[in-house]
Write a protein that binds this ligand. Sequence first.
Ligand SMILES: [Fe+2]
Length: 488
Amino acid sequence: MATTTYRESPFLTGHHRPTRMEVDAPDLFIHGELPADLAGVFYRNGAEPLYPPVDEDYHWFDGDGMVYAFFFEDGRVSMRNRWVRTDKLMLEIKAGRRLFGVHGNPLTTDPLALGTRYNTANTNIILHGGKLLALMEGAPPVELDPRTLDTLGEEHYGGVVTTTFSAHPTIDYATGELINIGSIARRKGTAPELRYDIIDFDGRPIKTETIPVPHQSMLHTFFVTENHVVFPVTPLDISITRAAAGGPLVAWDPGRPTKLGVMPRTGTAAQVRWFEAAPRQMMHQANVWEQDGRIIADVAAAEGTSLFPDIDGTRRTHRETRQSLRRWTIDPGAGTDIVREEILNDRDIQFPRPDDRLMTRPSRYAFANSNQRSVDGRVDGMDSVVCVDTRTGAEDSYHFGTGAAAGELIFAPRVGGADELDGYALTLVHRAGAAETELMVFDARNLAGGPLARVVIPFAIPSGFHCNYYAVDNPLYGQAMPGVDQIR
Ligand SMILES: [Fe+2]
């Protein structure tokens, strides 16, 4: 049967409408002045289902990973996008239709797909260990060629990572290490656990530890500092028992606190000390570091979520659960296990990011896409961007016009630059009803002044998830693409 249309879903229409095509664009039009010292690659991952979903309750997180690469070279920008050819997608291509239920739900999955891993590889896209890796939190990374985006297969780190991986591992630029967590599937009658891994600069696993956690929660992110790792267990609870009884598999439990387990980076499960914060939805942090014996975490957090129902089935609105940039302070020497929270900036933000080179070490500025006028920033689009000075709370922001959808805002260091704001900020923007998408290039010190350059992609790229930029002088770029300075 021919594919004709997607079902109605807020995440398959408007800014979210999938392109369903793969493109090579060798030389995109540019309005404005592209800085000469902006040279590198900007990757973005997102969910674009090849086939219409089977289940009625399609979720934004469920589509197939589609990776976009923008190469900034010789004053030009080229673009390429490719689906990540996971085993899941290849099986569905062979069948010519969608086989998996939403989130891989076995109850609605075609028997043809049972035994194949539900790996969409749709959430993040990073360089590490000389490889380009497409990540989702429920499955191992999938390696792609960093230039052609051809899928090379799952990365299992010599058999150490065969089940889950984080969509948000932390790369410590001071050591080159990739620090990772993964949920461990819970067997009946056993306590919930996570796996903690350290992978060295060359992609070799050097530590794995199993950590018991208070309950099975959606572990979308975790924190790493110079000497510690923090496992945040939020009230976003996962329960197969609840699902079997007809309730939601993933649900917000407002009666649970947020628990934060602190462990030395090279420590053991026996050394984990649990701290407690108010019930908070928290999936992304800008940065985390140590200062005067305390752990400082600048996070996007809210009192609940609109992405999943409450345990009683209640649905919350975006407005009720808008995230703001908050600072959590964990003080092991204070004689209390309570985490202090302060709001650094109250804008409705989605994905906060630092200068990646400072991850695990003190940083001052947090970049984010934000929402000023939309009713629901995730469905209707985040219509603006902001850079917050976390020392003063001052902000530098830019609005793209009513109805625009701006993706994650990424700091892009200029070639040769070392300081925190010494460079540019990049984001993909689709304006309401526009036929094209624009990759906006801002001066990182002056978002309010508007983009210095707009790279035009002549079709609407749907809203996606995470982006990363690697300048040509970033060691991760040199390791993955040695000697490459021309597009093939
Ligand atoms: Fe994320």
